[in-house]
Design a protein around this ligand. Sequence first.
Ligand code: IVH
Length: 788
Amino acid sequence: MAASARVAELRRLLDDANYRYFVLDDPAIPDVEYDRLMRELLELEAAHPELQSPDSPSRRVGGQVRREFAEVAHAIPMLSLGNAFSEGEVADFVRRIREATGEDAPEFSVEPKIDGLAISLRYEHGVFVRGATRGDGSTGEDVSANLRTIKAIPLHLRFPTEAGQGSLFAPAPPAVLEVRGEVYMPRSAFEAYNQRARESGGKVLANPRNGAAGSLRQLDPAVSASRPLAFFAYALGEVDGWSPPPRHSQVLQALRGFGFPVSPEVDTASGLDGLLCYFDRIGRKRESLDYDIDGVVYKLDRFDQQRELGFVSRAPRWAIAHKFPAQEQLTTVEAIDIQIGRTGAATPVARLAPVNVAGVVVTNATLHNADQIARLDVRVGDTVIVRRAGDVIPEVVRVLPEHRPAAAEPWRMPTHCPVCSSELLREEGEAVWRCSGGLTCAAQSKEALIHFASRRAMDIEGLGDRIIEDLVDLGFVESPADLYRLTLDDMLRMKQLSDQRDGTTPETVKSGKIATRWAENLLDAIAVSRKASLPRFLFALGILHIGESTAKTLAQWLGRLELIRHSPEAVLIALPDVGREVAHSIATFFEQDGNQQVLDALLAAGIVFADERSPSPQLHERLTLAHLLGQLPVDKLGGKSAQRLAEVYPTLDALVAAGRDNWVIAGLSVAAADNLNACLADPTMRERVRRDEQAMRRVLAEAPQDAVQGGPLVGKTFVLTGSLSSLTRDEAGARLEALGAKVSGSVSKKTSVVVAGEAAGSKLDKANELGVEIWDEAKLLELLSRYG
Ligand code: IVH
């Protein structure tokens, strides 16, 4: 292509991108692509001076002014910064400065480059009078009303009471002080905003920068005010009636004194090494900051030196932005596959043409779920923007529909699992489709096994993802129970097959020995895991919605696996922090035939629990007929009246035998009595309550009762902290609870006793502070032994 044609094309592309970015707030291409096109244009224009033109996008700084806001002319233009993308480019910058200043290690103010919107704030005689966007650099938009809603922006200048760094302007504030900086949306505010938007079905923001831009350009300041923005100052504009100190870093200090927020990360550094060291430091900190940054800015610190260097057309020669590698890149979608997770969740994944994003080659990006694909309208063949931030899984941010091939079809969720061909189903109101194959699905069983063996679950050392994949793929293992049937022979054969398949490892005597030792160790680790702890085992089963803490609750309250697995939803829901959804998920898991078989097989394989015990005596308070009545769909039957009724008629039989009229005599309202009567007249409903009642009794029959009435520790709250040597904290907690005590995780004024083990930390300090009684382990053991 002739240079002139390419220049014309680049100008069109850049103009278009500028318009979308600055005017519509709807960027079409990622910044990195924009920078690349701009560089190409600048290079071509430099090489072909005859092609230069005053209206080229290379000649201006930003977009156009919007019609809706008043225009504001910037007395001192708001400039842009040159970019450096490599250490080499920073070295060139430092060299130019060294040559111009004659200094060996010139000093710089070094600052994070905040990814928000540049703003100029004008104060006259100490009072905020106007704020404007950068616009095209010489004319911006008056967004004062919206800026006033930002709490970080002072409406009056503060008056420093002590002289400092030349910043003193007493007795009067400067006639004019323009402060420039960046308005941004803190990440935490962005997350919270989107969370609320998702819950209320509102529009989510694409990223914090768009959030800030969108808010500032709201014509209604009330809308702007509902989106929490913040501000960091980084430069001066017009100044009259104040002599700024001689260095930029001192000006920032003075700005703090005037009441402006300045990023706490700003610093000074000298020479190339100093700059690169800062770049590294901020790069490492980047993810932990509450605001997005896309690089750092180096500014020559001394104003006299800045003046010597001056400006090129768009930017100062004395400053440069050192950009982080772009986190967003363009690529194309080659396929959309479905990945099946441990709980059967079917996650669509985009297979991408490989692209380097911030130093990592990305070939896959999550599309989250079918709804997300529909929202983005991603199709195979599409050009998309992928984003990778920190440890986050790469994701597709947006599609560029203008690059869509004509034949691209809308994507549809498949109806069947790509691994086991079972149907994919989705529960009402859920975004996630799940494979209905359960553990018969190889994908699910692999993930389930990986979870089962993992550190926080059964902790089987050496049984990693690769081995599990081989064991499943080569047909040795389907469910966790199969692990316990593996023989040395199986393991060696599996290893041999997998080596053959991968074309590795020659068969030598030595490698044979190594393989045997490896297999023996692994089998040992599997065997050791037979002696399990109940909460870990429950967690290891991978029941949907059951994390470690719910697993602990189940074990602590119900005590034995047999009770847990046969408890209906109505009983489970009585446990603390177990809601309807969780109870449903547990009960459904244990009801499924496949899961029952796996569980029986695991028990038959010799899994035993060291920590099974009686159910908690406190269940007597929770598992009453009133609790079951509370689960029924009966209008007007409040918790209190159900309680009163169950006190008079504590069993279903007694209740039914008494009949509606007696319920009213016992204090039930007529309406509630009628509704309850109608409900229990339904035979299936009554049968359900009867079954639940029986299950409840089975549990209660095992729960010690006297402890509840006469429990020596009723009304006492214990907190256990530090490590105990003769029993675990869980065991100690369970025994205290069995004696009627409440065991809590945090110390407060209501705590009766803190038991402090080895290396107790902040909880012990807090106990001391509040004057709470403190025991050591010996004292605890003495108490426990007293009550057997
Ligand atoms: S100084 C004459 N300092 O970057 C130099 N700019 O590409 C004026 N930015 O429009 C800018 N953080 O929106 C400066 N610490 C910082 C900055 C910063 C972010 C933005 C600002 C400016 C753009 C220049």
